[in-house]
Design a protein around this ligand. Sequence first.
Ligand code: PTT
Ligand code: SF4
Length: 616
Amino acid sequence: MAIGFGVEASVMKGWNGRLLRLDLSREKFVSQEFGADFALKFVGGRGFAAKILWDETNPGVDAFSPENPLIMAAGPLTGLPLPSSGKIVVAAKSPLTGGYGDGNLGSWAAVNLRRSGYDALVVTGAAREPKYVLIVDGRVEIRDAEDYWGLGALETERRLREKHGKTVGMLGIGPGGENRVRFATVVSQEGRSGGRPGIGAVMGSKKLKAVVIEGRKEIPLADEQRLKEVAAEGYKAVLDKPNYGFWKRQGTMATVEWSQANSVLPTFNFRECVFEEALSIGGEFMEKVKVAQRGCPQCNMTCGNVIEDVEGNESELDYENVVMLGSNIGVGNLRHVAHLNRLADDYGLDTISLGNAIGFAMEASEKKLTKEKVEWGNYDDAKRLIEDVAYGRGLGRLIGKGTRAASEEIGGDSEKWAMNIKGLEISAYNCHSAPAMALAFGTSPIGAHHKDAWVISWEISYGREGYGPEKVSKVIEFQRIRGGAFESLVTCRFPWIELGFELDWYPKFLEAATGVKLSLDEIYTLGDRIYSLIRAFWVREYGSSWSRRMDYPPARWFEEPPSKGAQKGVKLDPQQYDRLLDEYYEKRGWDRNGVPYSATLQRLGLEDVARALGKP
Ligand code: PTT
Ligand code: SF4
């Protein structure tokens, strides 16, 4: 069985040309070849995931149904000895948003999957009893996971490594995924976590506790010598970047001070943009108490900063984790925040949605919309609430459905401050006074995540007040690079965005690995195809309830300006936001409701999608 046609898998280089298909209901697996057409059109990672979801799910499929495929997809650069290439995309139809969902995490599982002779793993069906899957050099076994079910993700990884050896790569879930918390993630490497829109819950619904992978095969390369040369040059260029030393010291944590200085730091459920205790949870303070540094495979700019939490455990911090479980809920002690973060990693819960959900609960409690009391800044309340989210108890059960569903249940005016777009909670940038970043959140293909277009730094230096067309162009440019290129080549974007490692390196890497010569513009067109395909998936899933309102941020940004800081009194203008959205749709070739025109889909080689959507 093969997907695509034309050049056969056996003569392709760079890609292994194989998907591993696993049906947990029947405990069967099959290795499926794909051809060059599929590889060249959808590249890998997010591209593969979007195509498989579009082709293989029935419209309206329940995210927890055995038919919803769980996809773990690498790309043609993943796992090669290239800068920061140890990343993998995990994807499925999201139980949180009801649309396309994915995430990207660093893991030895990414490298070992490729060294096992596969480019992606596609899991369908559902086991009756807990299982884990062991893949060793391409051989597959489905094993009993009864002994691991109920354990935290960190402990599960420790035990499975003890059993299968230190060099295995692992993707696993904690109790959050087992209990189908709608923002449960997939966890790896003692605290790398991906799949914000509930991909861990989809894994839990299949009773799949973990995937353990060992791989020692060679990945076929078009020009091995050339790859060695460009890789060595690339690694050296990363080391030579002026910001390298500071990055290694603080990683993403320096953004806390930056966000505070620029009044975009989410505080008290995005009500405010500055936090009085910001410095005590920032990068400078973290640097003083840091005890270790961790990172993803193949990376020479590792950025995982580890500190000891209030209970004496190690906790790996990033900007998003610290802000959402710190200033956004009013907690200003880094060791307390670190423990909340550690709990999230162990339970396998996304810190961004979790911090939003706790902030939402604290505001709801303040407004007397909940029976249970949870107070701003109260560490013990936050800790208890996290446990209740993971185990589906009380208020935790409610907010574990996500802020959109929770606000529908508690009512009042809570919809205005349920800080999500399309059901996915907003990541850690407050956009009362950042229209381009608001548009980036509004049009992100998975809901309000910053990963596709983190334009806020550019916007603030360019001029944050305006709503000019250059802002729309910047959002699309970033979406092409970040959401298109990096998510389908599947390699970390930090060398580029954080150190200024030039984008021109990537076509060189791709050519050495695959023999395929593509310009950056051609790579961006691939990104446009993936974007329109994902948009079509959302439209198909939502049917008649789809409208441009799906791309709007919550009312808080339009109606409730912050009361403090340099941006006091500033809020987004709804008419101007609407105009940005119109321009965005026009540039993408989508109609006034954000639905791709038939001509756009055809131009991008998605004729079947055009037919299915039935658009003019
Ligand atoms: C990512 C999102 C982010 S984005 C962060 S911190 W960031 C949060 N991390 C979490 C965590 O940790 N534990 C937890 N329980 N939940 C968490 N939720 C949040 O998840 C991540 C890095 C980071 S750190 C970022 S920006 C970059 N993201 C990349 C990306 O998306 N694509 C890509 N090609 N390269 C990237 N490089 C950087 O990787 P999601 P990771 Mg994460 C502990 O996955 O779902 O996309 O959400 O993957 O291995 O931890 O690396 O300031
Ligand atoms: Fe992982 Fe950080 Fe390296 Fe990117 S820069 S690969 S997130 S350690």
